[in-house]
Design a protein around this ligand. Structure first.
Ligand SMILES: Nc1nc2c(c(=O)[nH]1)N[C@H]1C(S)=C(S)[C@@H](COP(=O)(O)O)O[C@H]1N2
Ligand SMILES: [Mo]
Length: 410
């Protein structure tokens, strides 16, 4: 006998400790396949969100570009205008659905965590480590995403940076896991071990308790739990009658018509004072050495355009609003920038990552992109960015800078 006794100590390391009659490789495989579909949606929409931020422009990047593993970033289009509302709505909704799916999956394999003997060979140790990385990164991603979407963020690290690096670890772990598990998954289905009590299935209890639910019943309960989470959150981005059901979305409900839609950061929180936005306010418009100063009345005297465009926050909520203001292309023409490649916007806001943004060629030149002066037919409320804010189709809400002070075309 070596250092590790052959016989497991009493408790969870013994197979007979686990008595659920439904655990089996077939059940775990079935849960895993549902989970995999959800993970693919969450991963793809997550990396799309990173692209939508357009980290290559100006000072948009929150992750230093040389430490950013996404080597190329697809140019983000401006149509359909609800594109980011849809991709990010899917990301957050399916991310929330991951909570019940992950709990079912972890429950189905929990005996493996205590399996005796502990790993003794390098290969077995590596497998254990890979599983810990997989479960750890899954829980990390879901927990940070969940708290961010709930506007409750107790962690002392930057959400975007942590969630982004976590995503790479998680995605790599999932790929490794799926690739190494394919033979087990195929065997579980081929031998239909749901029905045949295969003796060598390590997930089957050797001493099962009385049957209270079938394996298909477990899948049904899991589906119902996932559906319940989806129906109480998807309304924050899908809108319509589902909006009233979005109980899990802190900013998803309430009045959405007219200017009383959710506020991401109030003027008070952003340290915007009445003096800053009073009569002395001027918009600075700049391009290649030329600069023009405009009062709000002068902006109102320019051609006014009205567009239906969404605000779609990374937190998952979105709202379609009717904006009125000056076209960005009209502002560009004022300073002789007929063909701008990008536009840098700075807010009156003294501090914070969201006080400035850079938007790309497609966004600046889109006829629907506005410096908005009104929303829902009334003057822009202070909390929504009075005297003027940016509103651009299909970009993440964070690029729709409020309380604009300067715009510079490049
Ligand atoms: N100056 C400034 N603009 C800003 C922000 C901010 O914090 N400061 N928040 C952004 C974010 S993250 C979002 S989602 C939208 C929300 O707009 P709303 O508060 O009018 O709904 O504003 C964007 N514009
Ligand atoms: Mo946001």
């Amino acid at each position: 006998m070596g250092l590790i006794p052959d016989e497991a100590p009493p408790g969870p390391a013994r197979p007979e400790f686990w008595r659920s009659p439904v655990r089996s490789t077939w059940l775990t495989t079935s849960i895993g396949l549902v989970l995999l579909v959800a993970i693919v949606i969450v991963s793809v929409t997550g990396f799309l969100s990173h692209a939508a931020y357009q980290p290559d422009l100006g000072r948009n990047a929150l992750i230093p570009r040389d430490l950013d593993l996404q080597l190329f970033v697809v140019p983000w289009p401006t149509s359909p205008s609800w594109l980011y509302a849809a991709t990010q709505g899917a990301h957050v909704t399916v991310g929330l659905v991951l909570v019940p799916l992950l709990l079912f999956k972890l429950w189905s394999v929990i005996p493996m965590l205590f399996r005796w003997p502990p790993p003794t060979t390098p290969a077995a140790a590596l497998e254990k480590l890979a599983n810990l990385l997989l479960v750890g990164s899954a829980l990390f991603q879901v927990l940070t995403g969940l708290t961010n979407a709930q506007l409750f963020y107790p962690w002392h690290f930057n959400f975007v940076v942590a969630h982004y690096y976590g995503a790479w670890i998680f995605t790599a772990s999932v790929v490794f896991h799926v690739v190494t598990r394919v033979p087990t998954m195929r065997a579980a289905y081929r031998t239909r071990n749901e029905i045949l009590g295969l003796a060598d299935d390590p997930l089957r209890s050797p001493d099962p308790g009385p049957t209270t639910i079938t394996r298909r019943g477990v899948l049904g309960v899991m589906g119902a739990a996932a559906g319940a989470v989806a129906i109480t959150s998807v309304g924050q981005s899908a809108g319509g009658p589902l909006r009233e059901l979005a109980l899990l979305a802190p900013r998803g409900r309430g009045e959405v018509d007219g200017p009383r839609f959710p506020v991401n950061k109030t003027a008070a929180v952003a340290a915007i004072t009445p003096e800053m936005v009073g009569d002395a306010w001027r918009l600075q418009v700049m391009a290649a050495g030329r600069a023009v100063e405009l009062t709000r009345d002068e902006l109102l005297a320019m051609p006014q355009r009205t567009e239906r465009l969404p605000i779609a926050c990374v937190e998952g909520w979105s709202t379609m609003q009717t904006w009125t203001g000056v076209r960005l292309t009209d502002l560009a023409r004022l300073v002789g920038a007929a063909d701008p490649a990008s536009m840098h916007v700075v807010s009156l806001q003294p501090r914070g990552a969201f006080k400035q943004t850079t938007i790309g060629r497609a966004q600046v030149r889109d006829e629907r992109s506005l410096l908005a002066l009104a929303v829902g037919g009334v003057e822009l409320p202070l909390d929504h960015g009075y005297p003027a804010r940016l509103i651009v189709p299909a970009l993440p809400g964070v690029h729709n800078t409020k309380w604009v002070a300067t715009v510079e075309f490049a």
